[in-house]
Design a protein around this ligand. Structure first.
Ligand SMILES: NC(=O)c1ccc[n+]([C@@H]2O[C@H](COP(=O)([O-])OP(=O)(O)OC[C@H]3O[C@@H](n4cnc5c(N)ncnc54)[C@H](O)[C@@H]3O)[C@@H](O)[C@H]2O)c1
Length: 304
């Protein structure tokens, strides 16, 4: 199948593109390299340095004629989204609207969209299922959810199928440890450098951590599944920040390291774990990497 991957030079997108390529699909990456890196691009892959907010996206789509699109290009920094909601909305909402228009013009059959647990906000019950109320706590959560509505409308109006994949906390090789990155990338970087990481609060806050190669496989399965779906992509396993730190220290042979505990940051969700059953039924996805296996691969990558 001919496929476009937006954000394919980024952390998750590069794994998605690689997985699609290995499965025999013909892949074109579109990325403006705002956070993505050329070094992340799978070897020999076709790519165009393009901003998805550009007006001539249609031409690129009409030239390549993709059957499906994995849309990952986004502004992903939650804190930035709160400080500059207009920028977040421009990239995440306007960018997606332009992309969908290009999909319509080029008669794309399916869009696989990277959504997030951020759409749910503070969990009212655990594990959080797809039926949980939507009450995002950031502009990022709002923008990720808004695009879900566009996808449903484009299905109704133009018959373009969608897979809305709501990910838990994704971690693994190529995640940038700088800035507002995921906790695994930050801790891995610190632990390997023998530096002391900071934990905000008591470290008992939990998340549903999903290894990036599982996320990439979920995109492949969604692309190869007919019809439209909305599913969580999660493990259903609740892991605390303390667990992350302890496992990393243990596996890296750095048991002597102690974290620096600072007061809890406001607005942080206490517990998060998501259901995984609907993804199994609708796209045949079940996670393969336990947290320990994923951490092992992540450590090996950062050691190199
Ligand atoms: N990392 C997570 O835990 C997580 C969780 C849930 C959902 N997601 C979603 O997964 C997707 C990928 O996230 P990631 O963690 O790989 O982030 P990332 O920043 O590594 O990747 C985003 C990519 O999009 C590109 N990009 C940004 N704006 C663009 C634009 N206007 N035009 C073209 N390219 C643009 C960037 O250069 C980068 O390569 C995002 O849509 C994000 O919302 C991530």
């Amino acid at each position: 199948m001919r496929m476009i991957v937006t954000g394919g030079a980024g952390f998750i997108g590069s794994h998605v593109a690689e997985t699609l390529l290995n499965a025999g699909h013909e892949v074109l990456i579109l990325d403006n390299f705002s956070t993505g890196k050329k070094t992340n691009l799978p070897e020999g892959i076709s790519f165009l340095e393009v901003d998805i907010c550009r007006d001539d996206l249609n031409k690129i789509f009409l030239d390549f004629k993709p059957e499906a699109v994995c849309h990952l290009a986004a502004q992903i920094d939650v804190r930035k989204s709160i400080l500059d909601p207009a920028y977040d909305a421009y990239v995440n909402i306007v960018g997606a609207a332009k992309l969908l228009e290009a999909c319509k013009e080029a008669k794309v059959k399916k869009v696989i969209y990277s959504s997030s647990a951020a759409v749910y906000g503070e969990p009212q019950f655990l594990p959080v299922s797809e039926e949980h109320q939507i009450r995002p706590l950031s502009a990022y959560g709002i923008s990720k959810h808004t695009v879900e509505h566009y996808l449903v409308v484009y299905k109704e109006l133009y018959g373009i199928d969608y897979s809305i994949l709501r990910y838990g906390n994704v971690y693994g090789p190529r995640q940038d440890p700088l800035g507002e990155a995921g906790v695994v990338a930050i801790f891995t970087d610190k632990v390997l450098k023998d530096e002391i990481p900071t934990i905000y609060g008591d470290g008992k806050q939990t998340r549903d951590f999903v290894f990036v190669k599982d996320i990439a496989r979920a995109n492949l399965l969604a692309a190869e599944t007919k019809g439209s779906q909305l599913v969580n992509i999660a493990t259903g396993v609740e892991t605390s920040v303390n667990d992350v730190f302890n496992l990393l220290c243990q596996m890296a042979g750095k048991d002597h390291l102690k974290a620096n505990y600072l007061p809890e940051r406001s607005g942080e969700i206490r517990r998060m774990v998501m259901t995984k059953e609907k993804a199994k039924v609708e796209i045949g996805f079940a996670y393969k990497y336990s947290f320990a296996e994923g951490i092992k691969e992540t450590l090996a990558y950062y050691k190199d």
